[in-house]
Write a protein that binds this ligand. Structure first.
Ligand code: ADP
Ligand code: MG
Length: 313
């Protein structure tokens, strides 16, 4: 478990993160989501003990990062932003070097290195120099480095930045796989990524947390429950009278008349009611055939923008 309590980091007078508090439970895959400069890397660097907070506490598995850094750091594998260092080493040399730094038992070292190379899909390139690898493979090497020492927690800073779509899919799958056996915190400025991989999202903007929730809940929070789109066949033009029959309807607006004789309308409800059930039942009574019915589109993207705009007020 990771706990941040009122963590603030200042650089001189500038505040990079301000009064951040959250808890991450074992087994969670958490996305730290926010635009550039939001404070994602700063927060991650503080959790890993790489930089020290100005105030507040970071507790990793019960160990205070400042008071018991060795114990706390042992639980954490960290993949910093950008490409790996030591690009003049081969993949195997690099992972072995990381195992030396992290004091992996000498006798077990070779075996552990082998396992990590297999786990991260680097077997085919293990003898290549890191500098000659594609960006996607370099990211894997970086991930392999984080896995050395069998940490329970993985902290991955922008793991898919700079990758092409195929590489992104591969890295995401690798993260999901690792998520079965690790607690993971990853940062991203891409919403769809976080909603695909993570079961909890922490949205951060200008150094402050604006929301912590599941991707589903974040979407629901901002979804327009009161707007429904229906495509209907209504030969007797009953739609004209339906508004008076359903109290909760505020407005019916014609959207398009389709070539097949169907018509699409937008139906707006009074307040936060979800009209779909009522519409379904009442339209049937009136002999109006429903071809399609859906809630107004809303996405995590909208949620994100609304939350961030809210935070800017
Ligand atoms: P993110 O990773 O979300 O893009 P960062 O955590 O890197 O954001 O940065 C948060 C803020 O802190 C930014 O305004 C950045 O300019 C500032 N910052 C980060 N590192 C330093 C530093 N070493 N010195 C001064 N300001 C910094
Ligand atoms: Mg960053």
């Amino acid at each position: 478990m990771i706990e941040l309590k009122n963590v603030t980091k200042k650089y001189g007078k500038a505040i990079a993160v301000e009064d951040i508090s959250f808890t991450i439970n074992d087994g969670e895959i958490v996305g730290l989501l926010g635009p550039n400069g939001a404070g994602k890397s700063t927060t991650m660097n503080i959790i890993t003990g790489f930089i020290e907070q100005t105030s507040g506490d970071v507790i990793v598995d019960g160990y205070d990062m400042l008071k018991r850094p060795k114990k706390a750091k042992k639980e954490i594998g960290y993949m910093p932003e950008g490409v790996p260092l030591y690009t003049d080493l081969t993949v195997r040399e690099f992972v072995t070097y990381m195992a030396e730094i992290k004091n992996v038992n000498r006798k077990e070292r070779k075996q552990k290195v082998k396992e990590i190379i297999e786990q991260t899909g680097l077997k085919d390139v293990e003898s290549k120099l890191i500098k000659n690898l594609s960006r996607g493979y370099k990211q894997r090497v970086s991930m392999a480095g984080a896995l050395v020492g069998e940490p329970k927690i993985l902290i991955l800073d922008e793991p898919t930045v700079g990758l092409d779509p195929k590489q992104i899919t591969e890295i995401r799958n690798l993260i999901k796989e690792l998520g079965k056996t690790h607690t993971i915190i990853l940062s991203s400025h891409i919403l769809s990524e976080v909603s695909q991989i993570c079961n909890k999202v922490i949205i951060i903007n200008k150094g402050k947390i604006v929301a912590i929730d599941t991707p589903e809940n974040l979407e629901n929070k901002v979804t327009n429950n009161n707007c429904i789109y229906v495509t209907i066949e209504d030969s007797q033009n009953k739609i004209e009278t339906i508004k008076d029959k359903i109290q909760d309807i505020k407005k019916i607006k014609l959207i398009t008349k389709n070539d097949d004789g169907t018509t699409q309308y937008m139906i707006e409800a009074n307040g936060e009611v979800d009209l779909r059930k009522t519409i379904f039942a009442e339209f049937a009574k009136e002999d109006i055939t429903i071809f399609e019915m859906k809630k107004a589109d809303s996405s995590l993207e909208d949620a994100f923008m609304k939350l961030i705009e809210g935070g800017n007020k």
